[in-house]
Write a protein that binds this ligand. Structure first.
Ligand code: S3P
Length: 183
């Protein structure tokens, strides 16, 4: 098991991609802590920047506005070349410009989860704009279909199950360690 911050030395940032409920934020935070580096959630940066929730941003300005903001925020976060861990919103990696920057400048990790795991974690979907008109059980299969092939373009894919966070974290640490030492 790799869980010593002296073992994994990041030369570039780690970016988590994947669907809502995959655990990008909770795992990102835990991984950053295990490495002793900063964790940043791009959605949280957007909320702070706009002084509004993601739901309000979608409602007042529309999804296209949010996607553009997301692209700018992620590019900005990667500008200082200071290795950190970034959790992105589920749509970020679907934007070709954002994806290109993530692929060029970071080690990206697709957190892959099965539909039942995602649905269990998402619950009613309250506060998430993509479930404003239709429930998670209708929307999520469509998002899996539309997005998983693109998410697989990330450098690494790590599966996450209905399990304690530490177990997924062990898998992430192992995958990153192997990736960084066998390039
Ligand atoms: C979205 C995912 C959300 C948030 C927005 C849109 C998406 O982030 O950015 O509601 O398109 O998948 P999380 O994946 O962090 O929930």
């Amino acid at each position: 098991m790799i869980n010593n911050k002296n073992i994994i030395k990041l030369d570039k940032s780690i970016v988590f991609v994947g669907l809502m409920g995959a655990g990008k934020t909770s795992l990102g935070k835990a991984f950053a802590e295990s490495l002793g580096v900063e964790f940043v959630d791009s959605d949280a940066v957007i909320v702070e920047h706009e002084g509004r929730s993601i739901e309000q941003i979608f409602e007042e300005f529309g999804e296209a506005y949010f996607r553009d903001l997301e692209r700018k925020v992620i590019i900005e976060l990667l500008q200082d070349n200071e290795p950190k861990v970034i959790g992105t919103g589920g749509g970020a990696f679907m934007n070709p410009d954002t994806r290109e920057v993530i692929i060029q400048k970071t080690t990206s990790i697709f957190l892959e989860a099965a539909l039942d795991v995602l649905l269990k974690r998402i619950g009613s979907g309250e506060g998430r704009p993509l479930f404003k008109d239709r429930p998670p059980k209708e929307v999520m299969p469509e998002l899996i279909e539309a997005r998983y092939d693109t998410y697989k373009k990330a450098d690494l894919s790590v599966s996450t199950y209905d399990e304690p966070l530490q177990e997924t974290l062990n898998r992430v640490q192992q995958a990153v360690y192997t990736h960084l030492t066998t390039r």
